[in-house]
Design a protein around this ligand. Sequence first.
Ligand SMILES: Cc1cc2nc3c(=O)[nH]c(=O)nc-3n(C[C@H](O)[C@H](O)[C@H](O)COP(=O)(O)OP(=O)(O)OC[C@H]3O[C@@H](n4cnc5c(N)ncnc54)[C@H](O)[C@@H]3O)c2cc1C
Length: 498
Amino acid sequence: MTSTNSGTAESFDAVVVGNGVLGISLALTLARHGVAVALVGQEHRPWSASAAAGAMIGCFGEVTTTLLHGRSGRAKLDLGFEARNRWDAWLAELDADAGEPGAESLITADGTFVLLNAIGAPGVDSDNYAAIRQALAEYGEKYEDVDPSQIDWIEPDALARPLKALHIPGEHAVNSALLLDRLRQAFIGRGGRLVTDEAVELIVDHDRMDGVVLASGDRLSGRTVIVAAGARTQLLLDGIPDLARTVPPLVSGYGVSVLLDTTPAGGRVPRSVIRTPNRAFACGLHVVPRGPGQVYVGATNIISADPVAHPVVRDVHFLLDCAVRQVHRGLWHSPVTRTHVGNRPVSLDGYPLIGQAGPDGLWILTGTYRDGLTLSPLLAPELARRILGDAAQLDLGLFSPVRAPIQSMERHEIVRTTVTHTLAVGYESNWHLPVDWPTQIEHNMYRELTFFADSLHPVFTPPPEILATARHNPRISTRLRHYYDQYDAAGSGQDAIA
Ligand SMILES: Cc1cc2nc3c(=O)[nH]c(=O)nc-3n(C[C@H](O)[C@H](O)[C@H](O)COP(=O)(O)OP(=O)(O)OC[C@H]3O[C@@H](n4cnc5c(N)ncnc54)[C@H](O)[C@@H]3O)c2cc1C
């Protein structure tokens, strides 16, 4: 399979739009099969989630009570488990691409400590900590309960000291910036073509894909187009209204993370990832070693109608305060050597969008939210198999882009979870209230959010963090109403997927 250059319109077998971890992993996998692939994306990866990620490679540290609740959450955990176990082989393949060893040096952390500390709320932290242990036991994963006072490196404030901790030896982390570099080199080495531009339009010819138009005005022809443009995928899908009507719209889970120089904290770094359970709508506070004298601290998660380009004071302030209080007081004096902003691709039902959709030859690979990096060695080869017409190895039916909204809990449970997580933000922000106020706030918030959820749709309810944001964000609530209306108008029935 070859590519032909014809002035401003080059032809490829496949055009991948988006050079984050998913797009580039897929493009590389296709190139390894001899497919002529163009990978479209600007070199500095604006709005990218991948470049801002820690990146923890694990599934158990991410487990929540909500995830274990329904069929879709369980399916997502299964994917995470499979994916995590593919990393050794994936890194070995990168070595084979390079013709020399070295990919292992991308791994920055050996194992993960999960801390249950005095910060947060029982309904979030304690329950999610218990859910992590439950999942570890169910999957037969090796872990060990440890005495928090014996964990090397940490030095939290007395009020934020950990009460319990466990160590998961099989969950590590990689340096996402180096990983992206390595994938890029491998892609070029396998004959792939990098197109450093932005795709502004998907070209459809008689219900068949025929390539993309670039911001430069040039075109790339291709009968197979894969959109893996992260949180910006929506802009391209909107150009095909019949398709956009049937796919859960995407918003951004905007997040901030930082790199800190640990010299003032003694210059040492932890050996493992140190994290809390997922809490307060975010992926848990985590500190990840990033080479000598440097740690990565992540991450906030704010649902936003559009991708965000610059860090917001509120989020940087919150993140750093959490890190110095809950993990290591010595970081108070640390130079901030880098601030990252990333936009997690989040569908309005909270689950990934993977597979063929709309015109012939169009594929979507996005919506991976908090764990797209972990999933990349699993999803890229799987989608490549499907694109090449080979037998699928995974059951991804639940995450097909054209589907009924996924809703893993009843409305009252989603509202209850939303309230609990919202109050947990208050506790993590160190609020100080008369002791009877949280109960009153909880009661009123529950009533108000129930009223709001009822106003969105009689049956469908979005995931907690989207419900919480939509309540105060007319752009997201409008999108939700529109999405549910379109689904109803298509006459597809009222049942959500569990
Ligand atoms: C702060 C933070 C921490 C995270 N931590 C972890 C973690 O520890 N572990 C984990 O597994 N996951 C983590 N995630 C989630 C993970 O990063 C994402 O799920 C994953 O990176 C998504 O990858 P992607 O390739 O789909 O999207 P992105 O990384 O967002 O990439 C999309 C790319 O497409 C490009 N693009 C957009 N529009 C166009 C266009 N029209 N034309 C061409 N190019 C375009 C963008 O510039 C970008 O480079 C984290 C995310 C954030 C924000």
